[in-house]
Each structure stands twice: as C-alpha cells, then as structure tokens.
Write a protein that binds this ligand. Structure first.
Ligand SMILES: *Cc1c(COP(=O)(O)O)cnc(C)c1O
Length: 365
C-alpha cells in the first residue's frame, strides 16, 4: 500500500494511527459486536464516545465552564446563518472581510441584520490581514475569519472589541495552536480540515449568548443554539461516526503535545516551507509576512504571462502527484499552487514537497 502526502485544503489528511485504529474497530467497537456506524446514538455504548469527545475539546482548548461545546451539522456554512439569527439583539453586526469565506459569512448575515464591514483587505486580493483598531459601536458582535483557507492568511493578533462578543470562523486552524477561548463569544469550525472527516461542525459558545427566545421569526428548530445546548447535541441524530473520529483525532493531538505540540509541529513545517519560498528565485508566497497562515500556503512561480503560468502550474501539479504529493492545485482566485499543511501533515511531507519544488524549479527555469 502506498499512502500519498495529501495537501488538500479540505477534506484533508487524517493521522494514519487514527485511520488504523478506526479500521481495527470497524466491525466490533469495544466488544459491542457492532461498528460505531450501527450504534444508536442513545445507547450505553455510544454515550461515552460523545462525552469523551466533548471532554477532550474542553481539555485541549481549555474551554471555560461558562461555554457550551456543541456538535452540529450543516458545516461552517450553516453557522454563517446561525450566528446572526441567534446573536441578533440591536440588529447590527461588524464583519472584517478577509476573503471568500468572510464574504459568504457577510452575505448570509445581511439576510438577518445590518452589516458594517469595518475593515477589508480587498484592495490587495486579500493577501494580508487588515489592522483593526479598537472596535466600538452598537454592534451585537464582531466577526472575523481566523484563518483564510483560500488566501493563506491568518490573524496574528485579535482585535480589541471591548464588551462586544468576538465571533470567529476557525474552520481551517482549529487546534493548530493554542487559542484563548475566553476572548471569544463564539468559535465555530467545520471539522474536515483539522479535526475529523466532514460531517460535524464544532461550536464553542458562551452560554449568555444563547438566546431564550429566537430574535428572528420562524427560525427553524435545527438552527437554534438553545435546542442543541439543551439536548446535549442530541436533539436529533448527531453525526455519530464523525464525532467518534473526532474523538480519535483529539486523542492523537493530546498524545502529541496538545495545542502547544501542534503549534510546535505546525510552525516548524510552515517555517521550512516559507523559508524556502522566501529564498527562491523561482517561487514566491502570495501572503504578506505578518499575516501568513501556518495551515495553507499559496505560492506562485515567477511566470507572469497568464497562459504560460497556467501551463506551468498544471505541469507542476501533475508531476507532484506522480511523486505521491497530491492536491497541490491553487485556488482560481489566487492561482499557482497551494499546499495545505494541517495538523496531520508531518515535517517529512513538507520536506518531500520542498525537495520536489526544488527539482521542478531547476528543470523549468
Ligand atoms: C472550508 C471552510 C468553510 C466551509 O466549511 P463547510 O463545512 O464546507 O461549510 C468555511 N470557512 C472556512 C474558513 C473554511 O476553511
């Protein structure tokens, strides 16, 4: 069997140990004679699985007592609507526009309240994180996209929002490094980048932000945080197997040093790659220093003619795949290539990528 190094932006590579364990338990989990896929979510066999997953989220992220940890469905994209529907009070929210996912969150929020875009990096194709001074005003919350998966940028500071709850989409950087949960009102993340296979969305929400009665009319039951909080993420059938997988990934993170361990591993990988890019006369990173993601690294070759660049990018992606380095095509909005190097990617994979890049550069200069 030949496993590839998968640089996909998501769904992405999972730790091999986790996959092996899941495979070993496929037909019989913990002596139950069943696969987790077949278990009732209300059974004695399943209860500890979801309970342990929540306990690990709390432990690894140091989640304060007054926050709920929810396992929801519908992806981060559903949170784009749930946030404004549930957090609306006065009727206005502030958003920072740092690219595609921010824009989608803004578009969805506008259906439920007034949106002020208080800062944007639109002027330079979102290659940096704007400087946001202290946020004041009549806002129900302030929303940022912590890591911009497509643009390869990341917030290296958090804006000071005073008493206004800070809400963040952390889909592509959750548990990649320590995060002070108490600085946020809500943190949400689709699991398929750093936590699990697709199908579950982690939501960490300060309890006082969960409304007793929904501020918007006719809100679907499934889009009310209160329903999920009271039901312990079991109002309806949760994505049982995905939560089980998340529990395994979290155990792997714990065994590898927790959030601090991930940060060490991730900065080492990212620095190795950026260092190569910054010293190359053939490639360059697109994200500005001071705003760079340690998870998603978009880069271009020095070819500036659009047709020639497109041809060389295709050649790069195909040649890399032939060497077991897959899913390196860049997003069309940035062009070039993108290496997503989430938690499960090891330094070895990044070293292999850099060695390949160097060979490709020499052959195509
Ligand atoms: C992948 C991604 C999303 C979309 O998540 P879904 O779970 O597919 O809805 C949203 N925001 C960010 C930052 C992402 O990386």
């Amino acid at each position: 069997m030949n496993r590839v190094y998968n640089f996909s932006a998501g769904p992405s590579q999972l730790p091999e140990e986790v996959l092996k364990e899941a495979a070993a338990e496929m037909l019989d989990c913990n002596g139950t004679g069943q696969s987790v896929m077949e278990m009732s979510h209300r059974s004695k066999a399943y209860e500890p699985i979801i309970a342990e997953c929540e306990a690990l989220v709390r432990e690894l992220m140091n989640v304060p007592e007054n926050y709920k940890v929810l396992f929801l469905q519908g992806g981060a994209s559903t949170q784009f609507a749930m946030i404004p529907m549930n957090l609306k009070k006065k009727g206005k929210a502030a958003y920072v526009n740092t690219g595609v996912w921010s824009k989608k969150a803004i578009a969805e929020a506008k259906k439920y309240l007034d949106v002020d875009v208080i800062a944007s990096s639109d002027d330079k194709n979102f290659c940096y994180i704007p400087k946001v001074e202290k946020v004041t005003g009549d806002y129900d919350y302030v929303h940022i996209t912590l890591n911009n998966t497509i643009m390869g940028t990341h917030w290296e500071y958090l804006p000071d929002t005073g008493d206004i709850p800070l809400v963040t989409d952390a889909s592509s950087c959750i548990l990649s490094e320590p995060l002070d949960v108490s600085k946020f009102g809500v943190i949400y993340a689709g699991a398929q980048k750093n936590l699990a296979p697709a199908g579950v969305t982690l939501v960490i929400i300060r309890e006082d932000l969960i409304p007793e009665t929904m501020p918007v009319e006719n809100a679907p039951t499934m889009l009310q945080y209160k329903i999920h909080a009271e039901g312990g993420s079991m109002y309806n059938t949760p994505p049982c197997y995905t939560i089980y997988m998340m529990g395994k990934v979290l155990k792997w993170i714990k065994a590898n040093g927790g959030a601090e361990g991930m940060a060490k591993r991730n900065y080492e990988k990212a620095e190795y790659l950026y260092n190569y890019l910054d010293n190359s006369d053939y490639y360059h990173a697109t994200a500005e220093k001071g705003s760079r993601s340690i998870m998603n690294v978009p880069f271009l070759t020095k070819e500036t003619d659009p047709d020639a660049a497109s041809a060389i990018n295709k050649k790069f992606v195909a040649a890399a795949a032939a060497e077991g380095l897959v899913n390196l095509a860049g997003h069309r909005l940035v062009g070039g290539m993108r290496a997503s190097i989430y938690n499960a990617m090891d330094l070895e994979g990044v070293k292999k990528l850099v060695a390949f890049m160097d060979k490709f550069a020499a052959e195509n200069k």
